[in-house]
Write a protein that binds this ligand. Structure first.
Ligand SMILES: [Zn+2]
Ligand SMILES: [Zn+2]
Length: 323
């Protein structure tokens, strides 16, 4: 079955071929553009929605804005699609709605401008402030001693549970090999987490130019943590290095082996969740997703999402999500 047939079924109310649509959208999100008008007309929404809407044009964004202004029943969904579009039209509308809320605003759980996070950006002084790079690289298995990603124990222990802190990501953004990310000038970023506590709360870290990393004093202990020492985890053993450029920012699947990605859009398992920098309070920039399958080398839960402060406060955050 091809995309056209799968979409015809979807528009007729049959979503049984949604995996065909997802695969086509992840491989080439622009292939969905001819269907956006009809999806809006039919009020059709399928999971996962991010690959379907990430290539929406300014014209499609304008239609979505009109739907939200008119108080359409699908307004909350159309806000998600609009955020994914990362268009000037979306930025102008979210800015306007922040001052003049549309009908749907009363039923939203987050500030309306936060729907931009769907597409990896936020409102900035010049409209769109990116929170993620659209180009991305696959992260693939490596035997390297100093891998780009993997669970390498640091000399420091987690102050909450006593497990070894892990160096999860170590990437030199000035390396010409990762130039497509557009992050040259930010130097070497090293992100750390605790595998145990990190499954209960976001873990903040700090790093130094020499590549050392440490726990951040800004971490806030969550209300519940298992008693210290209760977990006796074997650490994941797989190591990941830089692979080829991915075709699209939505190619890497957070649930799968082979889904680990440097750059691109986070393939959120739950809601979009961009942490803030504990030092300067700006929203952190998405750097990588590391899937449980890739870290453990076998079927495993969840995905780790790694962020850093693009204002160079030398802070990182690791967000863990699972289904
Ligand atoms: Zn811990
Ligand atoms: Zn900062």
């Amino acid at each position: 079955m091809d995309l056209g047939e799968a979409m015809a079924r979807l528009l007729a109310g049959d979503d049984s071929e949604s995996t065909v649509i997802e695969a086509a959208a992840r491989a080439d999100p622009s292939a969905l553009r001819p269907f956006h008008d009809r999806l809006i007309d039919a009020e059709a929404w399928v999971w996962p929605w991010r690959p379907l809407w990430v290539a929406a044009t300014e014209e499609t964004a304008a239609r979505l804005v009109a739907e939200v202004d008119a108080g359409a029943g699908m307004s909350e969904r159309w806000l998600m699609a609009l955020g994914l579009s990362r268009t000037r039209t979306a930025a102008a509308a979210l800015s306007r709605w922040t001052k003049e809320p549309p009908p749907v605003a009363a039923s939203l759980y987050v500030p309306i401008a936060q729907y931009a996070h769907e597409g990896g950006w936020e409102l900035g002084t010049e409209g769109i402030r990116p929170l993620s790079s659209l180009p991305s690289y696959a992260l693939t298995p490596t035997e390297a001693d100093r891998p780009l990603a993997g669970c390498l124990p640091l000399d420091e222990r987690c102050p909450w549970c006593g497990l070894a802190l892990l160096r999860l990501l170590d990437v030199d953004l000035d390396d010409p090999g990762v130039a497509a990310l557009g992050l040259a000038g930010h130097g070497r970023v090293v992100a750390t987490t605790c595998l145990d506590c990190g499954s209960y709360t976001d873990v903040l870290g700090e790093y130094r130019p020499d590549g050392t990393a440490t726990w951040s004093d800004a971490n806030t202990r969550p209300g519940y943590l298992p008693p210290a020492g209760e977990w006796d985890l074997d650490l994941p053993t797989e190591r990941l290095g830089l692979g080829p450029l991915r075709c699209t920012p939505v190619e890497g699947i957070a649930w799968n082996a082979g889904g680990s990605t440097l750059g691109g859009l986070p393939d959120w398992i739950q809601d979009a969740d961009y942490p803030s920098c504990p030092r300067c309070r700006t929203t952190l920039y998405f750097l990588a997703q590391l899937t449980g399958d890739d870290l453990w080398g076998e079927s495993a839960e969840g995905c780790h999402y790694v962020f850093f402060c693009a204002d160079d406060c030398r802070t990182t955050a690791v967000v863990y999500q699972q289904s």
